[in-house]
Design a protein around this ligand. Structure first.
Ligand code: ATP
Ligand code: MG
Length: 255
C-alpha cells in the first residue's frame, strides 16, 4: 500500500509545488514507485514534470468527480517510476461541483482506492487554500508535509493549518499525521529566519526536517524546462537538499 503524503500550506508561494515535484522525483530516482497528484488548478506540478496541459482531456478533475476511473487519468512521465495525475484550470470548478456530492471530502480517497496498491508513495501538491481540494487531499493522506518559509506570518498560518489538520483528523481521517515541517527558501544569514526557526524548534522540534531547502536559483529555473532538479542540475545545492529530505522522508515513513 502506498504511503500518501499531502504537501499542504494555505499560504501561497511557500514552495509546495517545488517540494512536491522534487521529492516525488527523488523518491522515484531511489527506485520507489511514485504517483504525483496535481491538486492545484494552476497545474504547476503538471508542467513541472514536463507534461503539457494543452490538450489534456482526462485529468484529476474527472477522476475526483467519478466521471472516469482514476487509471484513465494517470499518465507516465519521462522519468522512471514517476506517474502523474495531472490538473488543468478545469479543476477550479471542482470546489463548486463537489458542494452537492455526498461525502464530498472523501472523493479523492475513493477515486484513488483502486490504484494505491500500485505505488510506494503518492505525493499530492495542494493548492494555496484550505478549501475542498486541500480537505480532499488531507482526507486521502497518511501524512502531511508542511513547506514553510521562515517569515513572521508563516507562524500564524501554521496554527491555522494545524487546526484544520486536527479537524480533518477528528471528522474524516483518524490516521492523518504531520509527517514533517520543511523549511524552504532558507537563508541562515537573515535574523528573522533564525528567530522563526527557534520558535518552530520550541513547539515542533521533532517535526522539522533535518535539512532545510536553501534558496537556490537552479530550483526556480528547473520548472521552465519541465525538469525536476535532480535531472536539471544534480550537483546543485537544491538537488542535494531535496535528496536529503527525500531520504529522511523514507526513514520517517518507513516504506
Ligand atoms: N528553494 C528555492 N529557491 C529559489 N526559488 C524557489 C525555491 N523554492 C521555490 N522557489 C520559487 O518560488 C516560487 C514559489 O514556489 P512554489 O510554486 O513551489 O510555491 P507554492 O507554495 O507551490 O505556490 P502556490 O501557493 O502558488 O501553489 C516559484 O517561482 C519557485 O520556483
Ligand atoms: Mg503550488
Amino acid at each position: 500500500m502506498a504511503y500518501i503524503l499531502s504537501f499542504a500550506n494555505q499560504k501561497g508561494g511557500v514552495g509546495k509545488t517545488t517540494s512536491a515535484v522534487n521529492v516525488a522525483a527523488c523518491l522515484a530516482h531511489r527506485g520507489k514507485r511514485v504517483l504525483l497528484i496535481d491538486m492545484d488548478p494552476q497545474g504547476n506540478t503538471t508542467s513541472g514534470v514536463g507534461v503539457s496541459k494543452r490538450g489534456l482531456k482526462t485529468t484529476v478533475y474527472e477522476a475526483l468527480l467519478g466521471q472516469v476511473p482514476v487509471k484513465a487519468a494517470i499518465i507516465p512521465t519521462r522519468y522512471d517510476n514517476l506517474h502523474l495525475l495531472p490538473a488543468t484550470i478545469s479543476l477550479a470548478g471542482a470546489e463548486f461541483d463537489l458542494i452537492d456530492v455526498i461525502d464530498r471530502e472523501s472523493c479523492l480517497k475513493t477515486a484513488l482506492a483502486p490504484v494505491v496498491g500500485n505505488y510506494d508513495y503518492v505525493i499530492i501538491d495542494c493548492p494555496p487554500s484550505l478549501g475542498l481540494l486541500t480537505i480532499n487531499s488531507l482526507t486521502a493522506s497518511n501524512g502531511a508535509v508542511i513547506p514553510m518559509q521562515c517569515e513572521y506570518f508563516a507562524l500564524e498560518g501554521l496554527s491555522q493549518l494545524m487546526l484544520t489538520i486536527r479537524k480533518i483528523k477528528q471528522h474524516y481521517n483518524r490516521q492523518l499525521e504531520i509527517t514533517g515541517i520543511l523549511l524552504t527558501m532558507y537563508n541562515p544569514r537573515l535574523n528573522l529566519t533564525l528567530q522563526v526557526v527557534n520558535e518552530l524548534k520550541k513547539y515542533y522540534s521533532d517535526k522539522l526536517f533535518r535539512t532545510p531547502i536553501v534558496r537556490n536559483v537552479k530550483l526556480s529555473e528547473a520548472p521552465s524546462f519541465g525538469t525536476p532538479i535532480i535531472y536539471h542540475d544534480p550537483g546543485s545545492k537544491g538537488a542535494l537538499a531535496y535528496i536529503d529530505v527525500s531520504d529522511e522522508l523514507i526513514i520517517r515513513t518507513s516504506v
